[in-house]
Design a protein around this ligand. Structure first.
Ligand code: GCO
Ligand code: MN
Ligand code: MN
Length: 388
């Protein structure tokens, strides 16, 4: 039996809002007593996490006095020092307060947009003070219920203006900080702008400092949109933009469930872990999820341990899949290349194009070949089911 104990190099992190989730939902109040940030750090230390992330107001309540702020920070820093946990990422709460009811950076009200920038700068300062190198932007309220209310082109321009402003702020302060934009199609707004990781990747290329900005894709968010998460993450990785990742799980077509990693779609979780590990992803593996509402704090620990353990088991399965002789021989067969098409493929030239136009292709022969994908997928399922 392998060792599935989390190690610092796995970079497993949780938000204060994840293990600190008290089980409130739209139909009912809390089922668990709230714990302080320092207590949550100690809980995460107990289960073997590497780091803890926070929204400004998870750590410092919005109306805290300077004295309250100092004492919370002191306790929090002590808990970090005692447990050895680090803070790799921080973010701003731009969604809970009534002032953000119609968005933050995209609000129609310039006072709201200015306040959102002020709150974010203060929150960036706090994150950097605690060691964060990644700053996440999730615009939960940046959207509409009806497009009568806001011009969608104006909304994109306002988002860009805010990102450009904040990138300059970070440069001005000489902070070593990168931004990671997190897409979600809806909830809490009827529709949210820049609704998928793909939209975010396109948006980033229009910024003044695209090199400072990447994405923070979340499993649940792409699954809510009915998309293949693994493909979205691959596109982000291939363009050098996977700065952070939110791992959790979610049944397709449902509200944002934030289930334990691997709780629903094990096969897709497997291909995700394989993608990250095969390509040596080296940033935080952040679990943005929470325990079922049925749980007490023992159950919260079961939840957190389960996220990390499933990841490590799937990592082992990915290594097993890569080393499986039968799988490798099917892969070699389906990717076979006798080199005869090298003269036509790759970079364009007029000669190549002309030569290719006169090449004859035996379509029935090419199409007639079976591809063994059934066999390959069944072998994958058997690796996952533990019978190989
Ligand atoms: C959600 C989001 C958030 C963000 C968090 C960090 O659906 O509520 O996933 O949990 O990840 O605000 O920015
Ligand atoms: Mn989410
Ligand atoms: Mn998230």
């Amino acid at each position: 039996m392998s060792d599935y104990t989390p190690k610092p190099e796995n970079k497993f992190t949780f938000g204060l809002w994840t293990v600190g989730n008290v089980g409130r939902d739209p139909f009912g109040g809390p089922v668990r007593d709230a714990k302080s940030p320092a207590e949550l750090v100690r809980l995460l230390g107990e289960v073997g996490a590497y780091g803890v992330n926070f929204h400004d107001n998870d750590l410092i309540p919005i109306d805290a006095t300077p004295a309250e702020r100092d004492s919370i920070l002191k306790e929090f820093k002590k808990a970090l020092a005692d447990t050895g946990l680090v803070v790799p990422m921080a973010t701003t709460n731009l969604f809970s307060e009534p002032i953000f009811k119609d968005g933050a950076f995209t609000s129609n009200d310039p006072k709201v947009r200015a306040y959102a920038l002020q709150k974010t700068m203060n929150s960036i300062d706090l994150g950097v003070e605690l060691g964060a190198g990644i700053y996440v932007f999730w615009g939960g309220r940046e959207g509409t219920e009806t497009d009568a209310t806001k011009d969608p082109i104006t909304a994109i321009k306002r988002s860009r203006e805010a990102m450009n402003f904040l990138c300059e702020y970070v440069k001005d302060q000489k902070y070593d900080l990168k931004f990671a934009l997190e897409a979600k199609p809806n909830e809490p707004r009827g529709d949210i702008y820049n609704s998928t990781t793909g939209h975010m990747l396109a948006f980033i290329n229009t910024l003044d400092h695209p090199e400072m900005v990447g994405v923070n894709p979340e499993v649940a968010h792409e699954h809510m949109a009915g998309l293949n998460f693994v493909h979205g993450v691959a596109q982000a990785m291939e363009s050098g933009k996977l700065f952070h990742i939110d791992l959790n799980d979610q049944a397709f077509g449902r509200y944002d469930q934030d289930f334990r990693f691997g709780a629903v779609n094990l096969k897709s979780a497997f291909f995700l872990v394989k993608l990250l590990e095969d390509n040596k992803y080296d940033s935080s593996r952040h679990f943005d999820a929470h325990a079922y509402r049925t749980e007490d704090y023992e159950g919260v620990k079961d939840f957190a341990c389960g996220c990390m353990r499933t990841y490590l088991i799937l990592k082992e399965k990915a290594a097993q899949w890569n080393a499986d002789q039968e799988i490798q021989s099917v892969l070699a067969e389906i990717n076979a290349d006798d080199g005869s098409m090298n003269q036509y493929l790759g970079k364009y030239s007029a000669e190549k194009a002309n030569a290719l136009k006169s090449q004859a292709f035996d379509r029935p022969a090419i199409a007639g070949r079976g591809l063994k994908y059934e066999k390959l997928d069944q072998l994958t399922v058997e690796v996952l089911l533990g019978v190989r």
